[in-house]
Design a protein around this ligand. Structure first.
Ligand SMILES: [Zn+2]
Length: 117
């Protein structure tokens, strides 16, 4: 599965079709309106120039959100934990037809960290 920002400066590939997509209500995700596919870091390839994105790090500084500098689409987050082995890409950047049939789950990242559905 592949996705890219609007201008194409940032592209990603997911090696495996995700089992679910996550719609999270935490303070950053609700603002980004992202639809995340989480996967092992080894299962995702990001293709971009080093300076193609803005990196946003906040709170406990364990994630960096990447947004294309040219077109403003948030493309993925990078895991900054030394032992981190997961990351996520924003599937709003994937052609909708490719997402058909994948369950979207609502995560209460704002509070309980449980799924709401
Ligand atoms: Zn772009």
């Amino acid at each position: 599965m592949e996705g890219h920002c609007h201008c194409g400066a940032v592209r990603f590939e997911l090696k495996e079709r995700p089992a679910k997509l996550t719609d999270c209500n935490c303070s950053i995700c609700r603002r980004l309106a992202a639809l995340w596919a989480h996967a092992p870091i080894a299962g995702i390839a990001i293709h971009m120039q080093d300076d193609a994105t803005l990196r946003y790090v906040w709170g406990d500084k364990m994630l960096a959100f990447h947004t294309c500098r040219t077109c403003g689409c948030t493309t993925h987050w990078e895991n900054l934990r030394p032992d981190g082995d997961r990351m996520a890409v924003n599937c709003r950047l994937v052609e909708p037809a490719e997402l058909e049939g994948i369950r979207v789950r609502r995560l209460d990242g704002a509070d309980t960290w449980k799924f709401l559905d």
